[in-house]
Design a protein around this ligand. Sequence first.
Ligand code: NOJ
Length: 570
Amino acid sequence: MERNWWKESVVYQIYPRSFNDSNGDGIGDIPGIIEKLDYLKYLGIDVIWLSPVYQSPNDDNGYDISHYDQIMEDFGTMEDWEHLLAEVHNRGMKLIMDLVVNHTSDEHGWFQEAKKSKDNKYREYYIWRSGKEDGKEPNNWGATFGGSAWEYNEETEDYYLHLFSPKQPDLNWENPELREEIYTMMRKWLDRGIDGFRMDVINFISKTPGLPDAPKEEDETYASGGQFFMNGPRIHEFLQEMNEKALKGYDVMTVGEMPGVDVEEAKKYTDLNRNELQMVFQFEHMDLDSGPGGKFDLKPLDLRDLKKSISRWQTGLNGIGWNSLYLNNHDQPRVVSRFGDDKNYHDESAKMLGTFLHMLQGTPYIYQGEEIGMTNIKFDSIEDYRDIETINYYNEQVYEKGRDKNEVMESIYVKGRDNARTPVQWDDSPHAGFTTGEPWIKVNDNYETINAEKALQDEESIFHYYRKLIQLRKEHDVIVYGDYELLLPEDEKVFAYKRRLDDDILFVLTNFSDETVEVNVPENIEINQPELLIGNYKGEKQFNSKTTLQPYEARVYKGKHRDGSGSPVL
Ligand code: NOJ
């Protein structure tokens, strides 16, 4: 397998609004990030992915960009950003930027022009259609943040498409002029010296011509329409063109966020011979605890489903493309609250989940606060929530559908995006040391017990455990490049897998339950001289063919393949 720096890297995602505020206005900013670079270096990460810092009216916290070449005032200036890049590079780390080009803000200059008249120069930068004969929206697609995906524009007496909020009009990638503008903009950032891009919903940019109505359930007002814009007809062509015209010649990493991508499609996106992307963010494992009604339709995770899904991706991309590995980001609830137990086994389950993820084949992504085990929040009132998706969902369910408020809040507590967006808990001072002012969103009440300062001082903390996980990846090639094999597929509590690179074998055992469980180690583990590399419970952990795992226990053994050197143990 080809070796690449981005396969050997660990990425850390910063959501700037909530990371660290340097000037007391209650909003995280770029100088605040610079203050914490030594902390990140100490953690051991290689690459920082910065969620959008461009000028934006913040309808969707920066994922609605009004100027691609300016920094949002709340976050600082272009000089601050340049300083950040230099300081990241000085410490031997890399910086990748968020590229949001499926849509802009409606306050972007292009859209401000485009909406003026049908013969405006920028009209074809966006997607316009006349209403149906009865004047209704051009098709039945719904927007991700609720309502129709179409918004009426008075001036031109027709509709524009927005797959997200009405303040996020979709760009028209069919227009070669628009594509050239995007590539020019990308090259400008690349020439500033960045190390790559995370590409927002990049598999949405090619829409099926004709934008047909999509099938929908009778009780639904709108259809999702996903089959007509996810992985659309020209997507591979567009990405290859982007590669040719923008990325080629730069030694950078690219990861495309891709809702609705499956393994077969991901092979095409990430096969380096095809010159598209290096990795995709897929969502299969993040959808396993949702029912047919979507993310807020709660369903418990069945570990066997997670095994099937992860294994399909691990084996599917092996030797062809490359996986990105994540359990958290700014759109997902905190994983320790989701798949762990943030009450009774907080540290144990956070460490177990980290172990499970970091020992897989792929590039791991850590989301800010994950390394100290930050948890979900429960604000009593919807007034305290800031996320457009959450607020729209609440209003729609409570005021349009008449559902019980408490029931709706239950779903928001489990799945709302603000779970991930509360300020990073730096210490136990007011507002967790995030700001000296009033934070834009409330801090989680548990900051006195869960915070970075405390974690740094405690050698047994989740933080230090993550440091070790990251370090192990640097020391053992089998963790990065080894093949993957699932063990114990039917076990409902233990996720066990094996990695192999030449003679090296890695054996990963993780208990996803709050029970003590007996494990019979399968014969095909074929390991000699196994040594414990890391574990989240104290004490000597001799390798045995029968072993007992404590609640949320994780252990990783490394040894030699039986046919290789060493005396047999099993
Ligand atoms: C995906 C981003 O991660 C999310 O935060 C955003 O709301 C949508 N794309 C729209 O840009």
